[in-house]
Design a protein around this ligand. Structure first.
Ligand code: 13P
Length: 248
């Protein structure tokens, strides 16, 4: 049985005071049977690590460099994150693909670099509204996933995958449980062709997950948790989503 995973992606939000209050409140709302993590902006990583010491929650970054080290101004190396005990690194979030021009191959290289340093990459895939309406959902997510499968080869089983339809991110328009399950089943099938461990891999859904829609999404057989944006900034919402991820 796959342990469910709920990850808060704070994106570029927070302040030292707000983070302290949020982490304290979320921490106090545990324990959960699901695994819970938060991916916070880089300047807050160390303070987050300290705030979560001794708790069940783990923490991660929202990105990492595809490069090992060197003249890459502004980038953060996976090795640096690992030095502080970072557990996860989101790679290929649609906001990075869209605003920073990250290609499928760059995303795959980031995942490889993260794994090489003992971080678990959370690889995001997902189609835009135009792609969905053009009937291209399957082709797009398979193309995004296959770059990572090709690059990681047998290590692919060590990643977490997040299906985040771009049209559902921050829009309040969630994919229906059936829509999300259909893509998760497709991705699981693609992963099964690449690794015998695909049945143990965790596939998260992200895109306007809230406390009220989380139970129906998590009830789907191939949805193993969520990647939560806006709702992860509200302690009561995030805590309720973490509770909803308990296995019945
Ligand atoms: P929202 O939950 O705000 O829609 O964001 C989803 C997301 O992009 C998480 O990575």
């Amino acid at each position: 049985m796959r342990t469910r995973l709920v990850v808060g992606n704070w994106k570029m939000n927070g302040s030292r005071a707000a983070n302290a209050a949020l982490l304290q409140a979320v921490r106090a709302s545990g324990p959960w049977t699901a695994e819970v993590a938060v991916c916070v902006p880089a300047p807050y990583l160390v303070e987050t690590a300290l705030a979560l010491q001794g708790s069940m929650m783990s923490w991660g970054a929202q990105d990492c460099s595809a490069h090992e080290a060197g003249a890459y101004t502004g980038e953060v190396a996976a090795s640096m994150l690992a030095e502080f005990g970072c557990r996860y690194a989101i790679v290929g979030h649609s906001e990075r693909r869209a605003y920073h021009g990250e290609s499928d191959q760059v995303v795959a290289d980031k995942a490889k670099r993260a794994l090489a340093h003992g971080l678990t990459p959370i690889v995001c895939v997902g189609e835009t509204l135009a792609q969905r309406e053009a009937g291209e959902t399957e082709a797009v997510v398979k193309r995004q996933m296959s770059a990572v499968i090709r690059t990681l080869e047998h290590c692919i089983s060590q990643v977490v995958v997040a299906y985040e339809p771009v049209w559902a991110i921050g829009t309040g328009r969630t994919a229906s449980p059936a829509q999300a399950q259909a893509v998760h089943a497709l991705l699981r099938g693609q992963l099964l062709a690449a690794t015998e461990k695909a049945a143990q891999m965790r596939l998260l859904y992200g895109g306007s997950v809230k406390a009220d829609n989380a139970p129906a999404l998590f009830a789907e057989p191939d949805i193993d948790g969520g990647l939560i944006g806006g709702a992860s900034l509200v302690a009561t919402e995030f805590a309720a989503i973490c509770r909803a991820a308990a296995r019945p």
